[in-house]
Design a protein around this ligand. Structure first.
Ligand SMILES: Nc1ncnc2c1ncn2[C@@H]1O[C@H](COP(=O)(O)OP(=O)(O)OP(=O)(O)O)[C@@H](O)[C@H]1O
Ligand SMILES: [Mg+2]
Length: 249
């Protein structure tokens, strides 16, 4: 059934080393439109590295990564990809920019610095700001918002360019529990609306809850790519502990 949907991401036999650390070993996975991939693994397992590789930010020499059917080494579909980095790394929040400026900046990078946004862009802005529940905050300074509110703004920033694939590396780090739930609900809602999601999260149970596919980096070995629907939480734990290999059909 999945094959009816557009292929979004395909990773085949991917290996990656930093100069002295071997990180990824034979990663294989395929995602179709509407999938929600949760990447699970302990600190240092390679989760952020994999996301950077998919974004084309790190060079690799072994294996392949394709987005929407094209190898990223041939061309990278910038317009179709949204990225929400860990808040602390993604933006200097003491910079005196308003919510609107932060979100719209992602349109400038698409349109070029000197093009002004038009009425359609304005409408799009109000739509995404409503979608993340931040209406009424357009002119507030980003540095004066709470962590959860800032994270919503960063999601709106990614959404403004209408991505088909949204990559998120620990989007709820440093966010209070109430906001974590709201942000996870928001991400699930975007997924239900058809956006494919790739996400890491330190809160494994919460991530497993919303994912349709999992990439599990177990304590020894490679990432195991599994279909969430076929597994109990106990089986997932066993794979994570390296005690069980999932049998691919
Ligand atoms: N720029 C770098 N240069 C060299 N080694 C690195 C670099 N970045 C990460 N590493 C190493 O690569 C491994 C994987 O790191 P990565 O950041 O991908 O892990 P992670 O799964 O995202 O961990 P965390 O849960 O802590 O975010 C670690 O051993 C880390 O020390
Ligand atoms: Mg990481």
């Amino acid at each position: 059934m999945a094959a009816k949907y557009e292929e979004v991401l395909k990773i085949e036999k991917l290996y990656f080393d930093y100069s002295d650390t071997s990180v990824l070993k034979d990663v294989n996975l395929t995602l179709y439109q509407g999938d929600f991939l949760g990447i699970i693994g302990s600190n240092g397992a390679g989760k952020s590295t994999l996301i950077k590789l998919i974004l084309g930010k790190l060079p690799y020499y072994k294996g392949s990564i394709s987005l929407f059917g094209t190898d990223i080494k041939k061309s990278f579909p910038r317009d179709k990809i949204g990225y929400v980095a860990q808040k602390a790394n993604s933006f200097n929040t003491s910079f005196p920019a308003t919510v609107k400026e932060v979100v719209m900046a992602n349109l400038y990078s698409k349109k070029g610095l000197f093009k002004r946004y038009n009425k359609q862009d304005e409408e799009r802005f109000y739509e995404v700001i409503r979608r993340v529940g931040m209406e009424g905050c357009e002119n507030r300074l980003i540095g004066r918002l709470s962590g959860g509110q800032q994270q919503r703004v960063f999601i709106a920033r990614a959404l403004i360019s209408e991505p088909k694939l949204l990559l998120m590396d620990e989007p709820t780090v440093g966010v209070d529990m109430q906001s974590v739930t709201e942000i996870m609900n928001l991400i699930s809602e975007l997924n239900r609306q058809g956006i494919t999601i790739v996400m890491t999260n330190h809160d494994t149970p919460a991530l497993v809850e919303v994912s349709s596919k999992l990439l599990i980096f177990c304590s020894h070995g490679n990432g195991e790519f599994v279909d969430r629907a076929n597994l109990t939480m106990e089986q997932i734990n066993q794979i994570y502990a390296g005690k069980r290999r999932h049998n691919h059909e």
